[in-house]
Structures are given as structure tokens and as C-alpha cells.
Design a protein around this ligand. Structure first.
Ligand code: HEM
Length: 326
């Protein structure tokens, strides 16, 4: 089955036809594996199934336009956003560890949107599409409803880079709030300014609230779903804000390996602006289309051309949308 995607701003139409292109077949296989790993629940995302839709605005810094000519870095723009829990199980506990918290962002502009879909860890759990397929496949639940622990262990031993994300999350407390944790773009992005000068960076949102982690005692006392209520209470008092930061690359930084960590200490960084999440938004606003981090990028910001993990996100998100829309 071939999935062709037509995206105009935030509207996306899907047309189904035959036959399959190789990378689309791989995307479909991965997405199927993601659904299976999360218990094959209908009508949900293949990842980020449990989440909250929001609205807000992005105000660029004075430095942003010097790095990128995207119109979103020249004036305040409205934002549609979604916080989520990783995975395709909408019943996942907010207390789950190690699971990434997600932040999908659509910076809206009549000339075209700027979409970033980012997570609460600086690294992803697989380096290549094949490795991601294997990573999710080995987590398929058996007859007891759980993955085969021995198989998961053997896969981790043979693919050590796939363990970095979980190790990073396990070394930190479970976030007390979607607004109390930093999120990373993971991939290497290229920012290009009006003079045609390009810089390779990694993007990160830094929470103004700081890193709000729960102690083990606090975690025990929490119900399985508390993020949505916490956010409602927080937003009633004022916006939840983040700085969008570009961490500049240095020679030798890998640009095509989302499992590779760039050192952030002593790196040059530029604050591109402030993201203010102001209110909850009906789920329908976020569910109508995907946040496509590949297609929805304006001139002035580009993903890594040499990273197949970046490219495959577009067909994968489209397959997920077509399944949950059925
Ligand atoms: C490498 C960096 C990646 C990051 C940071 C990331 C992050 C996320 C986040 C935060 C969501 C939830 C989006 C929402 O709230 O609407 C999501 C959804 C999803 N991700 Fe990823 N992801 C990455 C790579 C991939 C890859 C390589 C695949 C598959 C090949 C994939 C497949 C999906 C799918 C299918 C969805 C559901 C999309 C939808 O139904 O709208 N992701 N991802």
C-alpha cells in the first residue's frame, strides 16, 4: 500500500494507492510494531498516545533572526502544542519510568508552519529504522501480556546504543509536570539566515519552571494520571514557559545518529525565543492531523538530510494518522 501525503499548512490529506515504496513499507512495519508493543489499542497514536493538547505563542529573541530566516523567528506567532507520554498505550501511567515525555509544537504562520516534535531526553532509542523495527518488535507482548525479558536483554546487549535513552531517563527523577522538564529535538538541524549563512545545531526547550522531579515517596502518592490536572492548575495561574535554545555544533559532532549525545557543557548556545503555553485546547485540534516534523519546516530551518531516522518520521506519522483515523 502506498501512502501519499499532501500537506498544506496544518491540513493533511491522505490518499491510499499501490504499490509500496521501500521506505514507506519500513515505516508501516515500524508503526505496526509500535502499535503491537503498546497493546494494539484502536484510535490512538503509535507513540504519544496519551497526551494533552494546548495553545500558546512563541516570541523570538533578538538573536533568532540572525540564525534563521524563518518568519517564526521574526515576530510572535501562535502555537498549537501537545504534551504526551511515549508509546501507543493510552492507559500508560504518568508515573512510568523510563518513558520519554513528548512535546509536539506547531508554530503557526500563514506562509507555512514550523513543527518540532521533541522528547524529554537528548537521545533516541534507535540509530536506524531497522534497529527501531527490531527494538519495537522485541517488545511485542507474549501470551502473559509482557515482552520476553530474555529477548529484550539479549537485544540490548547486542545493540548497546539503544539502551542510552533508558539509562539517561533512569538517572533522573520522574517529572512532576509536563512543564517541569526540558525537551530535546534529538536530530541535528541546520539553521540558515537571510545572508545564506548556515549553522548546524541541536534544539532544546528549557523549562522556566526548572527540572521538577518527584521523589520516590511523592511518586508513590500520585495517581496514574496527574499530568493533565497539574497542567490545568498551573495554567490557571499563568503561562507555562520554555526557552527554545540552539546548541551550536562543533567539528566532529555526529549529525546522522539520534543515539549520539552531543556534549552541552561549554558549548555556544543561542536562545531563539520564548514559548508560552497558555491554555488547554480541545483534543480534536491536535488529533485532526499529525505534527509532521519533516514536511512542516519552512526555509531557514532543515532537518538532517543524511539521517534516515529523520526522513522516515514523515511516512511513519502518516501511517499512524491513517490508522487512528479509521
Ligand atoms: C528521533 C526522534 C524522535 C522523536 C523525538 C519522536 C517523538 C515523538 C513524539 C513526541 C510523538 C507524539 C506526537 C504528538 O503528540 O502528536 C511522536 C509520535 C510518533 N512517532 Fe516519533 N519520534 C522520533 C522518531 C520517530 C521515528 C524514527 C518513528 C518511526 C519510524 C516515529 C514514529 C512515531 C509515530 C508513528 C508517531 C505517532 C504520530 C501520529 O499519529 O500523529 N518516531 N514521536
Amino acid at each position: 500500500m502506498k501512502v501519499s501525503i499532501v500537506a498544506t499548512g496544518c491540513a493533511m490529506a491522505l490518499a491510499l494507492a499501490a504499490p509500496v515504496r521501500a521506505e514507506e513499507a519500513d515505516a508501516a512495519a515500524i508503526v505496526n510494531g509500535q502499535f503491537v508493543a503498546g497493546g494494539n489499542k484502536p484510535g490512538v497514536r503509535a507513540s504519544g498516545a496519551k497526551g494533552v493538547c494546548l495553545t500558546g505563542q512563541f516570541t523570538p529573541s533578538a538573536e533568532a533572526a540572525g540564525l534563521s530566516k524563518a518568519p517564526h523567528f521574526a515576530k510572535t506567532v501562535p502555537v498549537t502544542a501537545r504534551f504526551s507520554m511515549g508509546g501507543s498505550n493510552p492507559g500508560i501511567s504518568d508515573k512510568a519510568k523510563p518513558v520519554t515525555r513528548g512535546f509536539a509544537l506547531r508554530l503557526r504562520d500563514p506562509a507555512g508552519d514550523l513543527v518540532l516534535v521533541i522528547i524529554s531526553a537528548p537521545v533516541f532509542s534507535a540509530r536506524t529504522p531497522q534497529q527501531l523495527f527490531d527494538f519495537v518488535s522485541v517488545r511485542a507482548p507474549g501470551p502473559d501480556g509482557k515482552p520476553d525479558a530474555e529477548k529484550v536483554k539479549a537485544f540490548a546487549a547486542a545493540n548497546p546504543e539503544t539502551t542510552k535513552q533508558a539509562a539517561w531517563l533512569n538517572a533522573r527523577p520522574v517529572p512532576a509536570s509536563f512543564a517541569g522538564v526540558d525537551y530535546w529535538g534529538v536530530h541535528a538541524y541546520t539553521l540558515t539566515n537571510a545572508k545564506g549563512e548556515a549553522k548546524v545545531v541541536k534544539l532544546k526547550t528549557v523549562a522556566d519552571a526548572g527540572q521538577l522531579g518527584l521523589t520516590d515517596e511523592e511518586l508513590k502518592a500520585k495517581p496514574d494520571s496527574f499530568y493533565a490536572d497539574e497542567l490545568k492548575e498551573r495554567l490557571a495561574k499563568g503561562p507555562a514557559s520554555f526557552s527554545l535554545v540552539a546548541i551550536h555544533s562543533e567539528a566532529g559532532d555526529p549529525t546522522a545518529d539520534p543515539t549520539a549525545l552531543w556534549p552541552e557543557e561549554n558549548r555556544k548556545s543561542t536562545t531563539l525565543g520564548t514559548l508560552a503555553i497558555t491554555a488547554l485546547e480541545p483534543d480534536a485540534t491536535c488529533d485532526a492531523a499529525t505534527f509532521d516534523p519533516v514536511v512542516d519546516l519552512p526555509a531557514g530551518i532543515a532537518g538532517p538530510a543524511d539521517d534516515p531516522m529523520f526522513a522516515i518520521r514523515s511516512p511513519a506519522y502518516a501511517v499512524s494518522l491513517s490508522r487512528r483515523a479509521q
